[in-house]
Unconditional design. Structure first.
Ligand code: F6R
Length: 608
């Protein structure tokens, strides 16, 4: 995901900015750039691809100046080209900005600026901020305060102006920004990793803050321009911990990145006015797709669970029959496959050997071939004709979290695209597009549950060695995923089952204190699941339920509710998995295990 660095001090800015960008590389990016405010105005350097491309350019360019900004960009709006890389400038070239996040009123601002005769040189929402600033007059800080009410969405921005080369202005709403207070110099970055080589004294900006940085002073304001106090903290983190953005483990960080990851994935595939899916964005050939009679989903592990939910999405929304197979089994079962079957390989890494082999099989059989993948230019990406990139950013924790939720969203978008191709004419996609845009808020709300709630769940799970996870319908795959998460990182044995199957065998396991985790948000089938839970309760089970706080039917039944907000049925799988990820995480931490690198597991399984 994108990274920001800014510097003002008594040294040349470019080498310091490049060093900061190197530290931010782990976040993943596909272009990079920097800008310096010097005596001759603003100088900009940008390059697509790896940071070494930018470094090469920088070595050949004189860019004197002691105030500057740098950025690594993970493309969401607009291709990863040099023109779309940051910094972006206004038309006069007198100011430059870098930006993390997404403007939600992108389309209306763009139209407004165009109507006013502003010539836009990129596809980014970032340029719109630069242009808005360029249209204002006066000191940079005043300009920022004036345009803030125009910006809807999420942003962390750092700006420089040729007219005030002794200043940086930073402001945020959503994505983080941290200021580094150095010795005769100031830095600002999207995470502390980029600052640590120069200072350990930092100020974490809060949501809505605007900060003016000079060589020896930081002043922080609220959005109305009133001064606010922010404490300077001294970090004692080591660099590895800092890379985790302050989280104890990558897995926890990645769990918390899900609102952003999901938002980015949703916005990447909605049309300009965000009222439906943008089919062109998938690169699918609508003519060929109109002929398909079946969809075949292939994947492994967590990605296979996403496919099980995807089957519900595609069958319900596009009315096309869907088969889901483990990629490792598929190629050995001599599948019936031809031009009438759309084969989709779902893979976070794009390098899983079994999934690639299943996709190859599809290719040879002449099936239209697509992938839902998190890594641009991976093997799956190159093999497929149609690609849908999940915008999860690099996932480092071995146990998949944000890759899974973005896969669910991607499969829902695929279902909506297929629905459109099949000619359904109603407002279902408009309704779901609106719900999808609200989904990040529901995820953020779910993440607000205090840790103590999970600790009660940890006590119930660590008192025994086995657990049963139950769900029904499209929440059954979430029960499977919850059980897999627990197994992977805590090494406790857990099984996922459809609620109705429970009395056909697994109920034999239940006795006093046996934990049963129910994925039980509000659905027409919830009553039936409550019935299944009463059956295990009478046999002594301890029941943990993922459900809306205060939902009826759980009093006297559940020992613990892991609360989620009430969301549209199609979005319940995405929201319901969050408490299960956190539960598994806290159990593993309690057991003192290596959460990010569990024994025997690899992040990418490139062998059969
Ligand atoms: C579980 C997990 C694995 C992967 C599986 C497929 O947390 O991460 O089960 O989902 O190895 O990997 P990809 O999606 O990269 O093909």
């Amino acid at each position: 995901m994108c990274g920001i660095i800014g510097y003002i001090g008594s040294h040349q800015a470019v080498p310091i900015l490049l060093d900061g960008l190197r530290k931010l590389e782990y976040r993943g990016y596909d272009s990079a750039g920097l800008a310096v405010a010097g005596s001759g105005g603003i100088q900009i350097l940008r390059a697509a691809g790896k940071l070494s491309n930018l470094e090469e350019k920088a070595y050949g360019t004189a860019m004197p100046g002691m105030t500057g900004i740098g950025h690594t960009r993970w493309a969401t709006h607009g291709a990863p080209t040099e023109a779309n890389a940051h910094p972006q400038v206004d038309t006069a070239g007198r100011l430059a900005i870098v930006h993390n996040g997404i403007l939600e009123n992108y389309a209306s601002l763009r139209a407004e600026l165009r109507a006013a005769g502003t010539e836009l040189t990129s596809d980014t929402d970032t340029e719109l901020i630069a242009q808005l600033l360029g249209r204002e007059e006066g000191p940079l800080l005043d300009r920022v305060l004036r345009i803030l009410p125009r910006l809807e969405g999420q942003y962390a921005v750092v700006a420089i102006s040729a007219d005030e080369p002794g200043e940086l202005v930073a402001f945020r709403q959503g994505p983080p920004l941290v200021i580094g207070v150095g010795d005769g110099e100031m830095l600002v970055a999207s995470d502390v990793t980029a600052l640590l080589s120069r200072t350990r004294r930092v100020i974490f900006l809060e949501h809505g803050d605007v900060a003016r940085l000079s060589l020896d002073q930081v002043t922080v304001f609220d959005g109305a321009g009133r001064k606010v106090e922010r404490a300077v903290e001294t970090l004692d983190w080591d660099a590895a911990r800092a890379e985790k953005g302050g989280y104890r483990h990558f897995m926890l960080k990645e769990i918390h990145e899900q609102p952003d990851a999901v938002r980015n994935t949703v916005l990447a595939y909605l049309d300009q006015d965000r009222r439906g899916v943008n089919i062109e964005g998938f690169g699918l050939d609508p003519g060929r797709l109109q002929k398909i009679q079946r969809v075949q989903l292939v994947a492994c592990g967590t990605s296979w669970h996403a496919c099980l939910v995807g089957k519900f999405y595609i069958e319900r929304l596009a009315q096309i029959p869907v088969d889901v197979d483990y990629a490792s089994e598929y190629r050995y079962r001599e599948p019936l496959l031809g031009e009438d079957t759309l084969l989709i390989g779902v893979t976070q890494s794009g390098e899983t050997a079994d999934t690639l082999a299943a996709m190859e099989l599809g290719k040879h059989a002449g099936a239209p071939l697509a992938t839902v993948c998190n890594v641009r230019n991976s093997s799956a990406w190159r093999l497929a004709e149609a690609r849908l990139l999940t915008q999860a950013g690099p996932e480092i924790g071995v146990a998949s979290t944000k890759a899974f939720t973005t896969q669910l969203v991607a499969l829902l978008l695929t279902a909506l695209a297929l629905r459109k191709i099949r000619g359904f004419e109603d407002d279902v996609d408009v309704r779901l597009a609106a719900q999808l845009q609200r989904l990040p808020l529901a995820l953020a709300k779910t993440l607000e549950t205090p840790d103590q709630v999970y600790h009660r769940g940890v006590d119930l799970l660590t008192a025994t060695t086995d657990a049963l996870y139950l769900g029904r319908g499209m929440l059954y795959p979430i029960a499977l995923e919850g059980a897999l998460k627990l197994k992977e990182i805590s090494y406790l044995h857990a099984e996922g089952y459809p609620g109705g199957e429970m009395k056909h065998g697994p109920i034999a396991l239940v006795d006093d204190g046996f934990p049963v985790v129910a994925v039980a948000p509000r659905t027409p089938a919830r009553e039936k699941l409550l019935g299944n839970l009463r059956e295990v309760q009478t046999r002594g089970a301890a029941i943990l339920a993922v459900a809306e706080a205060g939902a009826p039917g759980f009093e006297g039944l559940a020992d613990l509710i892991l609360p989620i907000p009430d969301v549209d049925h199609f979005l319940q799988p995405v929201v319901s998995v969050i408490p299960l990820q956190l539960l598994a995480y806290y159990v593993a931490v309690e057991l003192g295990l290596d959460v990010d690198q569990p024994r025997n597991l690899a992040k990418s399984v490139t062998v059969e």
